[in-house]
Design a protein around this ligand. Sequence first.
Ligand SMILES: [Zn+2]
Length: 122
Amino acid sequence: MSIASQQGGGTGAMRQNIIELLEFPRQWIPDHIELEMCPYSGLYNQTDHHCERCTYKSECHWLFNNGEFLELCKRPSPTLLASLELALWLIDVHRCYDTHTRHCSCDLCTWCQQTEKLLTAH
Ligand SMILES: [Zn+2]
């Protein structure tokens, strides 16, 4: 089963690009949420009120929804774009603008720039 065979709207190259950009937050988010107090080690539990009230609810929920590469390949492009937009928002909340200035070229800032560019273009 190839990615190109999945019809979800949008060109294959664009979809590939979105899926590649979704990879970064899947690595980054778990490293930047504090899991000491989490009874589920960051594995979002839909049925527990603890998760509903948690500070990292949005982050864990995002990971819960976007954890599987093969699942992502099956989704329509607008859904992928929405996930990417949410990931950018979640990551931007944690980005410190004192250290990550406008000209910063670290992985995080590079990802944010690429993502913003892609989202603006579509
Ligand atoms: Zn940076």
